[in-house]
Design a protein around this ligand. Structure first.
Ligand code: HEM
Length: 515
């Protein structure tokens, strides 16, 4: 195909020194005098652009493991459309840092705990970009995209929404909603002798819990349904890199429409909450807590938040929690069903902590008496971490190691999964062993930096206590009110990656009342 005596395209290095590449043109281009000049010019331009693309890729990748060439224009787009944990495991195994490219977005993947934490703790070099579509979906002005001091200050103002006092309000809502959903689950199971996929039922439970915790009664019931029905469009758009234009009909466009609906209702809730608190009502949800805190004369931070701004904050919480929490709940159910000895211990603890009275709503004080359940939740999230990696963007050239600098503008992805499956810290890393969290001297407890389920650094998850409390509470009520059998399939242990991770078969369960 290539002829040594053909003319060549030369590309200079950025320093202007020797050419980086001297690429011979294919002989059919060089020696076809019959081609019209416009066509040969076009072909030369196209060939030059293709060569440039490869050269830039190789220049950025340098010695990192990864494909030697990138597929023209789209790169590894096909893989990013259908990501698998197996492919990522191969990528992680290829090196502490490795590279690939999708739609000209150069991506560096970090697999070790050291590099993952370095990326997440270097705010001057890198900031979270979540996924490529996140700014379109969440809106550019959303607080989660702030960095440095403005981010720290804004976040400090939100910490009041996750205090123990606030969690005490939320726990009552979570308890009531989980019971209502279990009644529905049992009624549906009584009518249908076959096991059912719990992927959707868990997502519905989580959506209603989140919206009621965030908004209480400040939005009507049909708003829950509308947000819930449309939310899948947002999940579906969370590919690492999407088709670049949000044209009508594309996944990102559909996600934007769903966000508009959610923001409309959340802003109405903010408006109603402000009115209710001004009228002297008791705080009953997260918004009420927020509005009350802002009105407290001792409160030091910023006091004015528009309804739209509040709606964007709540939407950031919904966005951060809907997929991750649903994943955590589904694997919680699956893990308990697959390990009856652990479920038996959870039930024994429930008996002790609740004195056998399961009609009484769970309180935070009761949850303090459930260390085994909390250890189980922590371990279940470790074995199957909902978030396996968190994409960041390099704000400037980022000298991540002695011999490699991530180019400015590249995506740089700290992977969480490998840290959570490090066998030096978690012997038998794929095995579910809640006890490893009950022994303070265990390697798991001695190496807290490896527990990356919620990230690390200034953007570490703000909802950690909220999350563990909610998953623990749902499983606590489920364990005492229901029995459930896992219908195992060849795909039960296979992982499907849709923003977060789920069992590939959707997790088939058969529920029955516990009498
Ligand atoms: C199983 C459930 C959850 C998991 C696994 C999870 C995990 C994470 C991870 C890995 C990050 C990125 C951290 C980083 O960049 O260092 C994050 C950020 C965040 N999470 Fe969560 N999360 C969960 C639930 C929640 C919930 C329930 C909320 C809110 C109610 C929430 C709110 C947030 C927010 C707002 C951020 C961005 C924080 C910032 O930029 O400062 N998450 N979460």
């Amino acid at each position: 195909m290539f002829n040594q005596s053909s003319p060549s395209v030369q590309l200079s290095s950025p320093t202007g020194a020797a050419p980086l590449v001297n690429f011979p043109l294919p002989s059919f281009l060089a020696s076809t005098p019959a081609l019209p000049s416009w066509l040969s010019t076009t072909l030369v331009i196209v060939a030059s652009l293709l060569v440039l693309e490869q050269t830039v890729y190789k220049y950025r990748k340098r010695h990192l493991p990864g494909p030697q060439w990138t597929i023209p224009i789209i790169g590894k787009f096909a893989d990013s459309l259908n990501p698998t944990l197996e492919n990522y495991k191969t990528q992680w195994a290829s090196g502490a840092l490795s590279a690939l490219s999708v739609f000209h977005i150069f991506i560096v993947i970090a697999s070790t705990n050291e590099y993952a934490r370095k990326i997440m703790n270097s705010p001057t070099y890198a900031e979270p970009c979540l996924v490529h579509s996140a700014k379109q979906v969440l809106l550019h002005e959303n607080w989660v995209f702030l960095s440095g001091k403005p981010h720290v200050d804004y976040r400090r103002g939100l910490n009041g929404l996750f205090t123990r006092k606030a969690l005490g309000i939320y726990v009552a809502i979570q308890d009531a909603i989980s019971r209502q959903h279990f009644v529905k689950w049992l009624a549906a199971a009584a009518k249908n002798p076959k096991p059912e996929v719990i992927m959707w039922t868990c997502r519905d439970l989580n959506m209603e819990t989140s919206l009621r915790v965030f908004c209480g009664d400040h939005i009507p019931d049909h708003a829950f349904k509308e947000i819930s029905d449309k939310y899948w469009a947002i999940t579906a758009a969370l590919e690492l890199v999407n088709f670049p234009l949000a044209l009508p009909g594309t996944k990102v466009w559909k996600a934007i429409q769903a966000r508009k609906v959610a923001l409309k209702w959340l802003a109405l809730a903010a408006y109603n909450s402000k009115a209710a608190m001004a009228a002297g009502h008791e705080p009953k949800c997260m918004l009420d807590e927020w509005v009350t805190e802002l009105a407290d004369p001792n409160y030091k931070g910023r006091r004015e938040f528009s309804d739209h701004e509040m709606s964007m904050v709540l939407f950031s919480f919904l966005f951060a929690s809907q997929d991750a929490m649903s994943s955590g709940l589904i694997y919680g159910f699956q893990h308990l069903a697959d390990t009856p000895e652990i479920l038996a211990k959870v039930r024994e603890e429930q008996e002790r902590a609740r004195g056998g009275n399961y009609d009484k709503p769970i309180t935070l004080e009761m949850m303090d008496e459930m260390p085994y359940l909390k250890a189980f939740v922590k371990e279940s999230l470790r074995v199957k971490p909902p978030v396996t990696m968190v994409p960041y963007t390099a704000l400037k050239a980022f000298p991540i190691s002695e011999d490699y600098t991530v180019p400015a503008g590249a995506m740089v992805i700290p992977s969480l999964y490998p840290s959570l499956h490090d066998e030096n810290v978690y012997p038998e890393p794929d095995k579910l062993i809640p006890e490893r969290w009950l022994d303070e001297k265990s390697p798991a407890n001695q190496n807290p930096k490896n527990y990356m389920v919620f990230g690390s650094g200034p953007h570490k998850c703000i909802g950690i206590e909220y999350t563990t409390m909610n998953i623990a509470l749902v499983l606590a009520n489920a364990a005492v009110l229901m029995n459930w059998e896992h219908h195992r399939t060849p795909d039960s242990e296979e992982v499907q990656m849709i923003a977060t991770i789920f069992p590939k078969d959707g997790c088939l369960m058969k529920f029955s009342p516990r009498v």
